[in-house]
Design a binder for this molecule. Sequence first.
Ligand code: ZN
Ligand code: ZN
Length: 362
Amino acid sequence: MSNVSSDNSGIHVSRINRLLAAFEDRGIDTLLVTSPSNRRYLSGFTGSSANLLIAGERRLLITDGRYPTQAAAEAADYELVIHSGPLLDQVAASALDIGAARMGFDPGLTTVADFEALSKLLEPECELVGVSGLVEELRLLKDEAEMEALRRAIAIGDAAMEVAEKSVRPGVREIEVAIAIEREFRLAGASGPSFPVIVASGRNAAMPHHSPTGKEIEAGDSVVIDMGAKLDGYCSDMTRTFCVGGPTPMFEKIYGIVLEAQQAAIDGVRDGMSAKDCDGLARDVISEAGYGDKFGHGTGHGVGLDIHESPRVSFASNDVLQAGMVHSVEPGIYLPQWGGVRIEDLVLVTEDGSETLSQYPK
Ligand code: ZN
Ligand code: ZN
C-alpha cells in the first residue's frame, strides 16, 4: 500500500492545491481534516488514527506512536507530528504553531464535545469555522489514479460474480456463497469486501439488504447477490439476480422489467442532468409495469473511497450528474410473498453519456 502512495505523491499535492483554491470563498486559512476517507484522499495515509492540518504551504499529519514509519512512507508530502497526549491538544497546539486564525472543520463529522473542547483550546487566537463537504466536493469527480483503482476493484467484482454464479445451486446455503465471494476478493488482492456481501434467496430476496443466512437455496428461488471489493481504498459495487434451475415465468417477467428500467437509466445518463431525472428514467419503467410501490429505494449512489457517497441518484436528490462522477444504477422490484430482483452496475459519467464499468453479463 505504501509504495502506491509515494508513487502518487504528485496527485496528493494537486488535490491539496484544488482544496486551497476554495479557502478564500469559505473564509478560512486552515482546514482540519478528520475523516479516514478524506485524509486518505489528501495524504495517502491509511492508518486508523490521524488528523490533517492544511494551510497554504504547511501540511501537517498528526498521528500517534504506532504510525511514524507508515506515515512517513505513505504521506511523504506532509510534516509529521507524533502526539503522546490527547489528539485534540496536539491539533490545537499545531494549529496555533502554524498561525491558523480561521480554521475550517466539518460540523457533520465533529462531535459537539470535540467542537467545544477545541474552541476553548484555540481561544482567542483562532476561530473554528464550519465548512461542510469541502473535501467531498473534490472527491465527486474522479481523477486518473482513482479511476485506475476503481477499475481494478470492479474487475475483481466481475471475477467474484462468476465464482458466485457457479456456486448458486439447490442445497447450497446463502452464507456459503457469501464466503466464496469474500475468498475470491482476498485471493485477487482486495483488502476485503467494500460492504457486507448480500446473498438473498427466495423470499429473503424481497429484502433489499438481507444478510446471508444458513438458508439453503432451492430450485426456483430468485437469488440476489450484491457485493463489492475494496482495493487501495476504493470500492466496487455490483448486483446480479439469478434464478436457480432456469428462469420461472414470474422471474422472467420481473427480471425483464428491472433490466429495462436499468437500461433506460444507463442510456439516459448525461453530463449536466439532474440525478432526480436519472432516477425517474428507471422508476417510470417500473411504475408503468405496475410495480412502482415495490421499488422502495433510490436508483443509485456515488462510489469511491466510500461505498455510499455523492451523487445521490434518487427522487429526493438535488445533485447534478457531471462528467467524471462514478455512480451505481440499481433499480429493483421486491415482492414479499415471492422474492426480488435487483440489477446493479457502476457507470462513469462522460462528456457524451456514460461508460458502464462492470462487465459481468446480465
Ligand atoms: Zn450494491
Ligand atoms: Zn449500490
